[in-house]
Ligand binder design. Structure first.
Ligand code: GNR
Ligand code: NI
Length: 167
């Protein structure tokens, strides 16, 4: 297991689209284990492979309060969306920024698990929000891109300044 480096917005690599996983093998399962360890260490509820600079369609999510419900989504597809909900989101790649984003209130997603078995899941609440947030990452989209250009520019400037100070 290993803790991976999480790319920080506005890194252009966050905008690369992820390719479908053609073969789920031990390397895929190693990536999943490392992503889970990285997510738990960062106290996030989800992580997309894009955020650790691996441009494959792999997501880990755990929205349980005690970090005991790891879910793995490989090549996920949303097959049903219902309603709309406005929820506050944050992102491990955009630290310290929390903004409201409108997304589907509930989704049905089909994906492969770490053994390559297909499953279909009905999700609502934080899990539905998180699935959509992570699937955006796989498309190369960060949640701030749902905000106005003005807000995006302010967030970019704030994070660049913070990164300059940290360097
Ligand atoms: O840890 C996270 N919390 C969160 C809260 C509301 C909506 C989405 C998220 S996902 C985020 C982790 C992350 O950046 N995943 O890409
Ligand atoms: Ni994120």
């Amino acid at each position: 297991m290993a803790i991976l480096e999480i790319l920080q917005y506005p890194d252009p690599r966050l905008h690369l689209p992820a390719a479908r996983v053609e073969k789920i093998d031990d390397a895929t399962r190693q990536l999943v284990a490392d992503m889970a360890e990285t997510m738990y260490a960062a106290e996030g509820v989800g992580l997309a492979a894009t955020q650790v600079n691996v441009h494959q369609q792999v997501i880990v999510i755990d929205v349980s309060p005690d970090q005991t419900d790891l879910r793995v989504f490989i090549n996920p597809e949303i097959i049903r969306r219902e309603g709309l909900a406005l929820n506050q989101e944050g992102c491990l790649s955009v630290p310290g920024i929390y903004e409201n984003v409108e997304r589907a209130d509930a989704v049905t997603v089909t994906a492969l698990d770490a053994n390559g078995a297909r499953f279909t899941l009905n999700a609502s609440g934080l899990l539905a929000t998180c699935i959509q947030h992570e699937m955006d990452h796989l498309l190369g989209k960060v949640f701030v891109e749902h905000l106005s250009e003005l807000k995006q520019n302010r967030i970019r400037a704030k994070l660049k300044k913070r990164q300059r100070k940290a360097a």
